[in-house]
Design a protein around this ligand. Structure first.
Ligand code: GAL
Length: 363
């Protein structure tokens, strides 16, 4: 039987070759004489509580089935322990590869040792799995760029580069156990920090450190509570001008807190960013509430993951394109990254043009 891990180690060496090939506009595939049709791929997704992850699961399954694979899709419902036992079960059921979007980036070391012992290839999907050598590839979006995109939007809308201000801003970050949280935050702060230094941006709560502003499991209600607390304690007669939010579910929680505090689109809402272009948030953008979101076409992410699995299972080198290292604390994980796109009221049509949503779904 092919030892996939040994093969993967030599494939990683061939990754730069694959990059050259894809740069020439060819696919990374050759002929697939060693087709792995009929193999089973286990897919572990983090939660059903967000539209985005439902779309990811559905797309990955469709793409793999289209390539002749069988699939087993599980959702961990935001419970890291449940996710570990789901992955254990997939290993016991004899899957040939695993695609995993981790709930807690650091909780998978033990179960991935079992995967390695069973010679199962592992792809870290959207979120980098940390603290284990037993992860083979990472497929995601350029997550620092997501953070920069959100910050740029705030900078442009407030006219900070024209010297305007001071403005009051509050900062929100994602779940502390999701590795993406740091990328988003670092990307945003790289652009916002100069305006905090020049005092064109002021944070009345004083909460600017990552560990003060995280939102466990990206939960909208948690964000809503924090925003309500901040408004009650620090705002008085002050007005919020902008909220950095890393994810649509958090943005909607923040909006609820603002509305309970008397803010409305008539009297003026702050600039509020977001991410994932979830239908509820796109509708909110159209209605003039949330200001912006970051559109990441998860169909493309799913496609990239399915291609990676197919490459690995048929002994080819998956495409990678990372310009920097994605180190998970134990190793650099070869990565393929897609580009995000800013969406607001002026260009949300792109979602319909791309067939991401129908016009009706946004009504
Ligand atoms: C992140 C992901 C974001 C968002 C968030 C909450 O890991 O990159 O796009 O979906 O989780 O689900």
């Amino acid at each position: 039987m092919l030892n996939r891990r040994a093969a993967l180690a030599s494939l990683a060496g061939a990754a730069s070759l694959a990059l050259t090939v894809s740069a020439c506009g060819q696919s990374s595939g050759g002929d697939s004489e060693s087709s792995s049709e009929g193999d089973t791929v286990g897919i572990a997704m983090p939660t059903r509580s967000s539209d985005r992850w439902l779309a990811d699961g559905k797309s990955v399954v469709e793409d793999l089935k289209g390539q002749g694979y069988k699939t087993k899709l599980v959702y961990g419902d935001d419970d890291p322990k449940a996710q570990v036992s789901q992955i254990e079960n997939l290993i016991k059921q004899g899957v040939d590869a695993l695609i995993i979007a981790a709930i807690d980036a650091r909780s998978l070391n033990g179960v991935l040792q079992q995967a390695a012992a069973a010679d199962i290839a592992v792809i870290s999907y959207d979120r980098l799995i940390l603290g284990t050598k037993n992860v083979d590839y990472y497929v995601s979006f350029d997550n620092e760029m997501v953070g920069r995109t959100q910050a740029s939007y705030i900078i442009r809308k407030l006219g900070l580069e024209d010297g305007k201000g001071p403005f009051n801003i509050e900062l929100f970050a994602g779940s502390p156990d999701d590795n993406n949280t740091k990328y988003f935050f670092d990307g945003s702060m790289a652009l916002l920090q100069p305006f905090l230094d020049s005092k064109q941006l002021v944070v009345p709560s004083g909460q600017t450190k990552l560990d003060q502003i995280t939102t466990l499991r990206w939960d909208g209600v948690t964000a809503q509570k924090r925003m309500s607390g901040v408004l009650a304690k620090w705002y008085g007669s002050k007005k919020v001008d902008a909220v950095l939010s890393p994810y649509d579910g958090i943005s909607r929680g923040v909006l609820s807190a603002l509305e309970s505090d008397g803010y409305s689109s008539d009297s003026g809402l702050p600039v509020i960013t977001g991410q994932d272009a979830e239908p509820a948030s796109v509708k909110s953008i159209i209605a003039g509430q949330q200001s912006q979101t970051v559109y990441k076409d998860v169909r493309k992410l799913a496609q990239a993951a399915a291609e990676m699995v197919d490459d690995i299972l048929t002994g080819r080198a998956p495409r990678v394109n990372n310009r920097r290292d994605y180190n998970n604390g134990v190793k650099n994980v070869p990565a393929y990254l897609l580009q995000p796109q800013s969406v607001d009221k002026t260009n949300y049509d792109v979602l319909i043009e791309d067939g991401y949503y129908t016009a009706d779904e946004l009504k």
